[in-house]
Design a protein around this ligand. Structure first.
Ligand code: SAM
Length: 422
């Protein structure tokens, strides 16, 4: 067997192989990549047994005439059998701290924390397309549904920081302020459960700004009560942070909740100060945009104008905005006409004919949608970030993601404090 020839794990776990050995919803790719990524630290022991079994299956499939033992499989893994690390953002060589990435999406937290010298030791995300983007950039496949005990059982011990941008849900609380049990059945409960079991030194939660007033403020109050009183963390007042203040031309306000295990005796936390760097849309605008794909037809532009006028007259202000080169984008989100809300003026187009992408004739005013790469840049992802999915998924993924620079600036403050406790 020639272990010097790398195997593409993505290819092998593709359709043909799946029919033979991988059941749907299998964690095998996640286990295997987590094992490889943690080969040089103690965490790999959590994944070793399953990773070797799976490698045996793959080798047996690839070399049907050979007898593959566990020893051969382990050796193959040590020789770097798979192409897992041929990605733009492989793990840090000598990590300064360890973190886990929950509700990972496409890895906005991971990008920020790897930039600070952190090593991700566990990640979970259940959306298939988001997993594809994650793998194409970090070489690791996230585990699936974090509410399942089986998935939680893969989380290693001893990591420093838990990161989670969990979806906002209501708790059914009888009294004014709820506790741990009142959050049962929500995704926050799963986050709290993991904190309770693993006791990381610090936590970094991100959510929509609306969490502050959600259910009359009771949702946030319950979260803070659980973290501070049930789980015994020092949690400073949460802060609304605008991505724009950290170097991207996007007004995106999100609430950040930070916590430190009380025995660390950290009693103060200072959120990062805005960098006050002036950024405008021109800084992220793509130089070359496929002439027809992102431009809108005259007819469609008219539909948007009509829609906006109709809704503005009802006073709810729904509508699109045209962002000029020196402007700042609204928060990018999808849903409804989400990606068509942030339009751009770009009159470099010369071909106004109808195409398969555009129903009707391309407008002469140069009005187009932003491209997925522009959305990536609005969230602070570098240009070597791979976008392996179709545009519709890419918009959803970047719209769901965090703004990397704002997360990084805040995480840097957390890590600085943790360093002092060593
Ligand atoms: C707001 S997004 C977080 C995005 C992420 N912070 C990033 O930088 O891309 C929430 C993510 O949680 C995922 N999710 C929701 N419920 C989940 C579950 N039960 N298990 C795993 N992932 C889940 C969604 O698919 C979505 O990608």
């Amino acid at each position: 067997m020639n272990f010097t020839e790398k195997i593409s794990l993505e290819e092998i776990s593709g359709k043909r192989f799946k029919i033979r050995v991988i059941e749907p919803e299998s964690n095998k790719d996640a286990v295997l990549t987590h094992y490889m990524h943690n080969h040089s630290n103690g965490t790999s022991k959590f994944y070793k047994k399953d990773a070797i079994e799976y490698t045996k299956e793959i080798l047996q499939y690839k070399y049907p005439d050979e007898s593959i033992t566990s020893i051969v499989a382990e050796e193959a893994l040590q020789y770097g059998l798979f192409d897992t690390f041929e990605v733009p953002f492989p793990p840090t060589e000598s990590p300064k701290f360890e973190f886990i990435d929950l509700f990972a999406g496409i890895g906005g937290f991971r990008m920020a924390l790897q930039n600070l010298g952190g090593k991700c030791v566990f990640t979970s995300e259940w959306d298939k397309e988001a997993k594809r983007t994650y793998r194409a950039n970090f070489g690791e496949v996230p585990f699936g549904d974090i509410t399942k005990e089986e998935i939680k059982s893969y989380i290693p011990d001893g990591f420093d920081l838990l990161c989670a941008g969990f979806p906002c849900q209501s708790f059914s609380i009888a009294g004014k302020r709820g506790g741990f049990d009142d959050t049962r059945g929500t995704l926050f409960f799963d986050v709290a459960e993991i904190i309770k079991r693993k006791r990381p030194k610090a936590i970094f939660l991100e959510n929509v700004k609306g969490l502050r007033n959600h259910n009359g403020g009771r949702t946030l109050e319950t979260i803070l009560n659980v973290l501070r009183n049930d789980l015994d963390y020092y949690v400073p007042e949460p802060q609304i942070i605008n991505a724009r203040d950290f170097g991207v031309p996007q007004n995106r306000e999100r609430i950040y909740i930070i916590g430190f295990r009380k025995d660390l005796n950290i009693n103060e936390f200072e959120y990062p100060k805005p960098t006050n760097k002036d950024v405008i849309f021109a800084d992220v605008k793509e130089e070359i945009v496929p002439p027809t794909k992102y431009f809108l037809s005259t007819q469609y532009v008219q539909t948007l104008i009509n829609h906006k006028e109709r809704h503005a007259s009802k006073g709810n202000g729904f509508g699109f905005e045209i962002i000029s080169d020196d402007g700042v984008a609204n928060a990018i989100v999808v849903g409804g006409m989400g990606r068509e809300r942030n339009l751009v003026l770009d009159n470099r187009i010369t071909d106004f004919t109808p195409t398969t992408h555009i129903k009707g004739v391309v407008n002469r005013d140069g009005i187009r949608k932003m491209t997925p790469r522009e959305w990536a840049r609005l969230q602070g992802f570098p240009d070597n970030f791979n976008i392996p999915v179709a545009d519709a998924s890419a918009y959803k993924q970047f719209g769901n993601s965090v703004a990397v620079p704002a997360i990084q600036a805040t995480a840097s403050k957390i890590i600085d404090l943790l360093k002092k406790t060593k």
